[in-house]
Design a protein around this ligand. Structure first.
Ligand SMILES: Cc1cc2nc3c(=O)[nH]c(=O)nc-3n(C[C@H](O)[C@H](O)[C@H](O)COP(=O)(O)OP(=O)(O)OC[C@H]3O[C@@H](n4cnc5c(N)ncnc54)[C@H](O)[C@@H]3O)c2cc1C
Length: 489
C-alpha cells in the first residue's frame, strides 16, 4: 500500500482521495482552508446560506458516464436533482428569452422572438441536438464511446461553429436580444462550440443542480472520502515539496512539520504548485505554453448577495441584464446575473428570499480588485459601492424589489485568490478559444517520478467534471506505476 499525499481538498483532491482509497491506497489530504470543497463551497451570512458554485453540474443525466462518476464519488448521494425550467433568462429593452430545458421550446421561443433570424436559429438548434448525440446525453441514441470534442470535426453541423467565438456567432444574428442572449452567459470570447456544449448539456437534462447546492455536494464527497478511511487535515497548508534527484521525499507543511511521502498529488492552482511548492521551471511544457499564449484568456467575477424582504421574486433561476453604461466604471463588467434560490427553502429564513449576483471580469479587472485589496479601507469602500450600484440596478430593472434588498456580502476575485490561492482569482481554467479542441495536458512533471498534477487547469475550460476527472486520472497513473513496480520485483 502506497502513501499518497494530496495537496488541496477541492473537488480534484477529494476525487483523488476517494479513488486512492477505493483502490486500497493510503490517502491523506492536506487542505489549507478550514473546510474541504475548494471553490465548490458556500457560506452562511445573517441567517442566509450563500451558494458559491453550481449553476449547472454536468453529469446529472443517468445515461451519461459522468453521472456514474459522480455517483462513485458520492457527489450525488441519494438527493434529488433540481432540473430548472430554464438555465437563464436574458432581458433587453423589456424583451426576454430563456434557455429552456426543452430544446423544441428554445427553438420555438427564438423563432417567435426573431423570425428574421430563422436561417441562423435552425442550424444552431440542430448543432445543439447533434452535440447531445455526440456527448452521450441524447437518451436512446446516445453513443457512450464518443468523446464529443474529438469528434466535432466529423459532424458538419458542428464543424461550422468550430472557428467562431460566441461573440462572432452572436453577430450572425440580427435581433439584439438574441445577440445578447448568446454572449451573456459565457462572454464574447469562448468558442461557440463551448456554448453549444452548455446548451446541449442543459437541454439534455444533464446540467441540473443537486439538492443542497454546492456546499452540500462538497460535504457528501468529503464524507465519502472519510467513510473509506481517508484522512483529511484542515487548516494545514503545504509550504513545500522536498525533492532529492527525481523523487519527492517529503512535504513541509506551513506549520513546519515534515511528512514523508510515496506519492504527492498536487491539486492547487498552478500558481501555487509552481510558485511555491515546486521550482517554477518544472511546470509542464503544455501548461506553460498555455500561460504564455495571449489567446488563452482567464477570467474571474465579482458578486453580491442580498437578503430580500419578500418571497415574491419575479424571476426563476438566473436572470441576466446588461449593466447600464453609467455603472460600468464602478462595475467593470458587461452583464449582471441575478440568481434566486426558491428551490432551496433552507437558504433563506421563512418569508424571505436570497438573491445573489455575479458579473464576470477579465484578467485586467481581476488584477485591479486584487491590487485594491492590499489597501483594506479602499477595498471595503469599493465593495460598499458595488453593493449600492448593484442594488440600484436591481431596483431599476425590478421595481417590485425596490427597498426590499439588504446586502449580506460582496466577494471579488481578491476573495477567490485569498481563499484558494489562485493567481488572478480564477476558478475555472482558461477560456476555450475558437478553433481549438481542448486536449488534456499531461499530469506528469518531467524530472519527478512520484509527483502528479490533478487540477482543472489540465483541460480547458475546467469546471467540476474536469477537476474530478483530473483527480481520478492522477490516481490511475499511480496505480499503473505501482503495478509495474510490483511486477518488476
Ligand atoms: C462562482 C462560481 C461558479 C461556478 N459554477 C460552476 C458550475 O456551474 N459548474 C461547474 O462545473 N463548475 C463551476 N465552477 C467551477 C468549479 O468550482 C471549479 O472548476 C472546481 O471547484 C475546481 O476544483 P479544483 O479542485 O480543481 O480546484 P479548487 O477548488 O481551487 O481546489 C484547490 C484546493 O487546494 C487548496 N490549496 C491551495 N493551495 C494549497 C496549499 N498550499 N496547501 C493545501 N491546500 C491548498 C485550496 O484551498 C482549495 O481547497 C464555479 C466556480 C465558481 C467560483
Amino acid at each position: 500500500m502506497a502513501h499518497i499525499l494530496i495537496v488541496g481538498g477541492g473537488v480534484a483532491g477529494l476525487a483523488a482521495g476517494i479513488t486512492a482509497r477505493l483502490n486500497g491506497h493510503d490517502a491523506t489530504i492536506y487542505e489549507k482552508h478550514f473546510k474541504a470543497g475548494g471553490n465548490l463551497t458556500g457560506w452562511d451570512r445573517g441567517g442566509y446560506h450563500i451558494d458559491n458554485c453550481i449553476h449547472w453540474l454536468t453529469g446529472t443525466n443517468p445515461v451519461t458516464k459522468l453521472y456514474r462518476m459522480w455517483k462513485e464519488l458520492g457527489a450525488l448521494g441519494d438527493v434529488d436533482v433540481h432540473q430548472a425550467e430554464s438555465l437563464f433568462t436574458f432581458e433587453k429593452n423589456g424583451q426576454q428569452i430563456s434557455l429552456s430545458n426543452n430544446l423544441e421550446q428554445l427553438q420555438w421561443d427564438m423563432l417567435a422572438l426573431a423570425p428574421e433570424d430563422e436561417k441562423e436559429i435552425r442550424p444552431l438548434i440542430k448543432a445543439i441536438r447533434d452535440m447531445q448525440i455526440l456527448n452521450g446525453i441524447a437518451g436512446e441514441h446516445c453513443d457512450q464511446k464518443s468523446s464529443a470534442w474529438q469528434k466535432v470535426h466529423a459532424v458538419p453541423s458542428l464543424l461550422k461553429y468550430y472557428s467562431m467565438t460566441t461573440g462572432e456567432l452572436a453577430q450572425r444574428f440580427s435581433n439584439p436580444v438574441l445577440q445578447g442572449f448568446l454572449v451573456s452567459m459565457m462572454s464574447h470570447y469562448f468558442s461557440a462550440l463551448a456554448m453549444i456544449m452548455v446548451f446541449a448539456t442543459f437541454t439534455g437534462g444533464n446540467g441540473a443542480i443537486p439538492a443542497g447546492g454546492s456546499c452540500a455536494m462538497a460535504e457528501r464527497m468529503e464524507q465519502r472520502f472519510l467513510s473509506l478511511g481517508g484522512k483529511l487535515h484542515l487548516r494545514r497548508g503545504v509550504a513545500k515539496i522536498n525533492t532529492k534527484g527525481d523523487v519527492a521525499e517529503s512535504v513541509t507543511l506551513e506549520d513546519g512539520t515534515t511528512v514523508p511521502v510515496d506519492y504527492v498529488v498536487v491539486t492547487s492552482d498552478p500558481a501555487v504548485a509552481f510558485g511555491k511548492l515546486l521550482d517554477p521551471r518544472l511546470m509542464p511544457k503544455g501548461l506553460k505554453k498555455q500561460y504564455d499564449d495571449p489567446k488563452m484568456l482567464r477570467f474571474s467575477s465579482f458578486h453580491c448577495a442580498f437578503a430580500c424582504d419578500s418571497t415574491e421574486v419575479p424571476f426563476r433561476s438566473d436572470m441576466i441584464y446588461e449593466i447600464p453604461q453609467e455603472y460600468r466604471k464602478n462595475l467593470p463588467a458587461e452583464f449582471l446575473m441575478l440568481r434566486e434560490f426558491s428551490h432551496e427553502k433552507q437558504f433563506a429564513p421563512e418569508g424571505k428570499a436570497l438573491i445573489q449576483t455575479m458579473s464576470y471580469c477579465m484578467e485586467k479587472e481581476a488584477n485591479e480588485f486584487i491590487d485594491l485589496s492590499r489597501d483594506q479601507e479602499a477595498y471595503r469602500q469599493k465593495k460598499q459601492s458595488i453593493a449600492a450600484d448593484v442594488g440600484q440596478i436591481i431596483s431599476e430593472k425590478i421595481p417590485s424589489l425596490r427597498g426590499k434588498l439588504q446586502c449580506l456580502d460582496v466577494w471579488t476575485p481578491a476573495t477567490y485568490r485569498r481563499y484558494t490561492g489562485t493567481e488572478i482569482g480564477s476558478y475555472m481554467s482558461f477560456i476555450l478559444p475558437a478553433s481549438t479542441i481542448p486536449a488534456k495536458i499531461s499530469n506528469r512533471i518531467e524530472g519527478l517520478k512520484n509527483v502528479l498534477l490533478a487540477t482543472q487547469w489540465l483541460q480547458t475550460p475546467g469546471g467540476l467534471p474536469i477537476a474530478a476527472d483530473s483527480g481520478i486520472t492522477a490516481i490511475q497513473a499511480i496505480l499503473k506505476r505501482e503495478k509495474k513496480l510490483i511486477a518488476a520485483k
